[in-house]
Every structure is written in C-alpha cells, then in structure tokens.
Write a protein that binds this ligand. Structure first.
Ligand code: DX5
Ligand code: ZN
Length: 217
C-alpha cells in the first residue's frame, strides 16, 4: 500500500488558518493531522474544540486527531461530533486502553494509540486486534520542530513484525515528529504507512512542493 502524508497544522500560521487548511486541501497530502494538547499530559497547550470546529468547516480531507491529553475518554463523543475520522489517544494516558479503543470505534472513528519514545511496542500486543492505527512518537510530544529520534526505525520494524504475528497486518503505522525528506523513505521501508509532517511542510519555502515530495515517492 502506498503511504499517506498527514501535515500537522501545529506548524501552520494560526492567524491564517483557513489559508493553510486550503493549502493542504489543494496539496498532494492525504490527511490533516490535528494535535490537541492539554498542558498536563504534555508541557504545552495547542488548541481545542472551537479551533478544531473551525478547521473542520474548511477541511476536505480526513481529520487525524492526536490527543495529547489525560483521561481522553471524557472527550471521545465530542471529537466524533466534531468530525474526527481517526482518534488517537496516548497509551500512557489510558488506564483501560482496551475499553477506550472500543469506545472510539463504537463512536464511528478509527481507533489509534500513540506511544511515547520510551514506551515499548510490546505493550500493544494484547490490543493489536482492537486497533486501526499506531502512532510512534519519534520526538517527545508537545512541540513541533524537534529532531527525529533514530531509534524509531528499529521500533517501526518491531511493531510491523508484532502486528503480523498477531494477524493485524492491516493496522496503520504512523510516525510523528521530525519527519522530512531525510528520513521519509527509510521510514516507509521500515514499515510506516502514515507520515506526519509539521515543520517540513509549513516551514518549507514552498509548502505545496514539500508536501508533494513527501507524499509522492
Ligand atoms: C508533537 C506533535 C507533532 C508535531 C510534529 O507533539 O505530535 O504532530 O506537530 O511536528 P514536526 O513535524 O515539526 O516535528
Ligand atoms: Zn501529532
């Protein structure tokens, strides 16, 4: 399967949000990646429901929502109503992850789990069949523009192998943080299906061309 590109609007110009949403609509990218942060699970606060609602009014591609918040179960139905297509929670923020994944699917969304760089993939083995996507954080979550953690290649291969063993080969592997031209191909070769890209798209001299290069290879 060809890989997907999900530009992260965290790196967009929030004073020109509609312009940057239209840029993604017109680009070769496949999804919108929306980073919701609560200032508790991560040391930063990004945006929440009203901003997501404004984005959803203009976005013409699926919304891939990455919740970096504690106790995300409280907001599953809210994000479904806002139009999220993929809802990703952090394993480290969920005491009852199996239940949370079931609730996300029951609300009509694809269920994703994100893992911090220190969290082993093996912890997802027992929920491999309740998952639609695993987001491997290739930086510590909270900020855009950080440098890629090289260990992510090995982690991607280990996750791909584990998913095959569990009969869950259709689960998408997403890589989030520090992704750009220098590592995109190697990540897809290692087994990644979705590349999140913030700075490498929106801070590029020509964001449309940057998105094309990351989407089409
Ligand atoms: C980080 C976010 C990322 C971030 C990636 O906590 O989850 O999605 O926007 O930004 P870049 O691509 O600049 O590393
Ligand atoms: Zn993200």
């Amino acid at each position: 399967m060809a890989h997907l590109l999900a530009p992260s609007l965290l790196a967009a110009d929030f004073a020109n949000l509609q312009r940057d949403v239209e840029l993604v609509n017109a680009s070769a990218a496949h999804w919108f990646h929306l980073d919701v942060m609560d200032g508790v699970f991560v040391p930063n606060i990004s945006f929440g429901m009203p901003v997501m609602e404004a984005i959803a009014r203009h976005a013409q591609k699926p919304l891939d929502v990455h919740l970096m918040i504690v106790d995300p179960d409280r907001y599953i139905d809210t994000f479904a109503k806002l139009g999220a297509n993929v809802l990703t929670v952090h394993a480290e923020a969920c005491t009852h992850l199996h239940r949370t994944l079931g609730a996300i699917r029951a609300a009509g969304m694809k269920a994703g789990v994100a893992l911090n760089p220190h969290t082993p993939v093996e912890g997802l083995r027992d929920v491999a069949n309740e998952l639609d996507l695993v987001c491997l954080m290739s930086v510590n979550p909270g900020f855009g523009g950080q440098s890629f953690i090289e260990r992510t290649y090995a982690k991607t291969r280990a996750l791909r192998a584990m998913l095959e063993e569990e009969g869950a080969s259709e689960v998408l592997i997403e890589i989030d943080g520090g992704v750009g031209n220098g590592n995109a191909k190697a990540l897809v070769e290692a087994g990644a299906n979705v590349l999140v890209a913030g700075s490498s798209v929106f801070r590029a001299e020509d964001p449309m061309e940057a998105a094309r290069q990351l989407a089409e290879f």
